[in-house]
Design a protein around this ligand. Structure first.
Ligand code: URA
Length: 248
């Protein structure tokens, strides 16, 4: 690593410059084998331990969190925040660990968190058309025309002037279904179902691009591996290129 150890600890949110320098001076930072690391020593992230515990995830990590209902994604919103479910240093990192896009407080499911700004932008920008799949429970029984209505490419949300991109809907029960959308408009799925005369009672994001929520327990998280991050990035780039080609 090119940063001194104390600067690296600051970037990972372990404290201010002074605090990090003190931590190193106090010989609390070691290799896995227990050799004390000094501030100017060379180090590899995986072989740095603080107070006997490995460091938090390295820069460039992507975390898949199973967000429970009731938690907010933004630091500016009313708590509880998703950061309460993640390592305590995450909001103090530089660059900060931020959610990729948002899920409403009332929505649960797959949420990605990263300090990789370009990846965040690629996935969260309005030009990103990576498919997102949501499972929902509805207040009213399905009528049977939901699939055609959301696929039409003409469905309009209340107060908006641009129609929604075509989406896919599949019934999974009398009052439940799954929808796949390729945009991220405000409260999009709830407003789509309202636009076709129903009401979403419960909503969960179950997939984003190549990633699925699977059986990850609610409120827990896991690190994506390099293969998963590469697949996510390549699917995002592919959808961006398709959307660009369709426009020209
Ligand atoms: N659509 C919604 O209505 N809410 C979400 O959180 C995500 C998609």
């Amino acid at each position: 690593m090119s940063l001194t150890l104390s600067r690296y600890l600051v970037a990972l949110g372990y404290g201010t410059r002074k605090e990090a320098e003190r931590i190193v001076r106090q010989r609390r930072v070691t290799t896995a084998a227990g050799a004390v690391l000094r501030d100017t020593d060379r180090y590899e992230h995986h072989d740095v331990f603080m107070d006997g515990a490995p460091l938090d995830a390295p820069p460039g990590s992507v975390i898949l969190l199973h967000k429970p209902v009731g938690y907010v994604c933004s630091l500016n919103d009313r708590p509880p925040m998703i950061y309460e479910l993640l390592p305590a240093n995450f909001p103090k990192r530089t660059p900060v660990m931020a959610a990729i896009g948002r899920l409403d407080a009332d929505t649960s499911g797959l949420l990605l968190v990263t300090d990789d700004g370009p990846l965040n932008h690629l996935l969260a920008s309005p030009k990103s058309h990576v498919p997102k799949r949501y499972a929902m429970t509805l207040a009213e029984p399905l009528r049977g025309d939901e699939g055609d209505l959301v696929a039409s490419g003409t469905l309009m949300l209340k107060g908006e002037t641009t129609p929604l991109l075509s989406a896919e809907f599949a019934a999974t029960g009398e009052r439940s279904g799954e929808i796949t959308v390729r945009e991220g408009r405000y409260h999009q799925v709830r407003r789509m179902m309202a636009a076709i005369g129903n009401h979403v009672q419960a909503l969960q994001r179950v997939a984003l691009g190549p990633l699925v929520l699977g059986d990850l327990a609610e409120g827990t998280w896991r690190l994506l591996d390099a293969g998963e991050i590469a697949a996510l990035r390549s699917e995002a780039l592919e959808h961006k290129a398709i959307a660009k080609a369709a426009k020209s």
